[in-house]
Design a protein around this ligand. Structure first.
Ligand code: GLN
Length: 269
């Protein structure tokens, strides 16, 4: 009964706001006619932005978390995202974009969640909320085999390739100076730059690093790890209800072993 009252209240609010929009000559009068018609119970419960569909923004050049297999985006994040949507009774869609665009897409409702092996960090927490962490990441350094770079300290004065706007970018810039950092839109491009000598090293997350080194001859990962990180799902600040539901879904998927099964499938021990 309580739920019904809540739903009724939301439906009334939608009708009211649609009416107001109409009365005020809102710029898209189409909204005012479609909004009330869509307000059945299941959709009213869904996040406002996308009504019954969970849209995940990602950058699908980050194996094993998100990458293309044929024309399909697969990977740990893609599968966990799909399971969360299923738990929430929502359809699921993935939008592929530059890593640098993900938080903006979440903030302005182009996507409901950002899931991209994304590290929780203070400046991002000013822009969005993060779910509980579902995975750990480590920043590592890729160099060419036989490189004179053998430790983090050896990076001083070298050209470092990074993916733009990632934590690797932030650490490299902070520790070795803006002038020594070359930014690429994705990890594959940074690794290609390492191969052709445009940079001397690439700082990137460990699992993609392993995948890139496996795919490219003559590259190696330094023993010394650079920084430990927590990956989590970005949600718009105002979308607290969705955040709670995602955290509940993550807790269930952790408890029943689903997340571990997905991770083990993509990262064999
Ligand atoms: N974990 C890193 C970050 O959040 C890199 C993520 C990525 O490139 N997809 O900045």
């Amino acid at each position: 009964m309580k739920k019904f009252v809540k739903i009724l209240a939301v439906v009334m609010a939608v009708v009211l706001s649609a009416t107001l929009l109409y009365a005020c000559g809102g710029k898209d009068s189409g909204d005012s006619t479609t909004a009330p018609a869509q307000s059945d119970a299941s959709q009213t419960e869904a996040p406002a932005a996308t009504n019954g569909k969970l849209i995940m923004a990602t950058n699908a050049t980050f194996p094993p978390y998100e990458y293309y297999e044929g024309d399909k985006i697969v990977g740990i994040d893609a599968e966990i995202g799909a399971l969360i949507a299923e738990k929430l009774g929502m359809e699921f869609e993935i939008k592929d974009m530059d890593f640098n665009g993900i938080l903006g897409a979440v903030q302005n409702g182009i996507a409901d969640i950002g899931m991209a092996g994304m590290t929780v960090k203070p400046d991002r927490l000013e822009q969005v909320n993060f779910s509980t962490s579902y995975a750990k990441g480590v920043q590592v350094v890729i160099v060419k085999e036989g490189s004179d770079i053998a430790s983090i300290d050896d990076l001083a004065g070298k050209k470092i390739g990074v993916q733009e706007a990632t934590t690797g970018d932030a650490y490299a810039t902070e520790d070795f100076g803006e002038e020594n950092v070359k930014r690429y839109t994705n990890g594959a491009a940074a690794v290609a730059a390492l191969q052709n000598g445009a940079v001397d090293a690439v700082i990137i997350d460990n699992e993609p690093a392993k995948a890139f080194v496996a795919e490219n001859e003559g590259l190696t990962i330094l023993e010394t790890a650079y920084a430990d990180e927590d990956y989590a799902i970005a949600v718009a600040k105002e979308n607290t209800e969705l955040l709670e539901k995602i955290n509940a879904a993550l807790a269930e998927l952790t408890a029943d072993g689903s997340i571990k099964a997905i991770v083990d499938k993509y990262i064999p021990a």
